[in-house]
Design a protein. Structure first.
Length: 89
């Protein structure tokens, strides 16, 4: 799967969830600030699923491997959800 496809998939996924136009920025501003609470909840759910002890607040002692497990599984699940929602149109 190439990067362009993933980028378009995420764009469509977030547009479907929150409506409106999604634009990327290069200054680290949140593109959809309203999504932060949902993404945080999702992060903790995924961490529990993959067996990573994610604490509320600072997690600076977490290994890169564990952080990658969480982030990678979040991305995988978002792509699956976006693909399924596109198929069910």
């Amino acid at each position: 799967m190439n990067i362009i496809y993933i980028e378009i998939t995420f764009k469509m996924f977030f547009q479907k969830l929150f409506g409106g136009e999604l634009t990327m920025t290069s200054n680290n501003k949140k593109v959809v600030p309203e999504a932060q609470d949902s993404l945080d909840k999702f992060k903790y759910e995924v961490a529990a699923e993959v067996g990573v002890d994610l604490k509320n607040g600072y997690n600076g002692n977490m290994s890169s491997k564990d952080a990658g497990k969480i982030g990678g599984n979040m991305v995988r699940k978002m792509i699956e959800k976006a693909e399924n929602s596109m198929l069910n149109k």
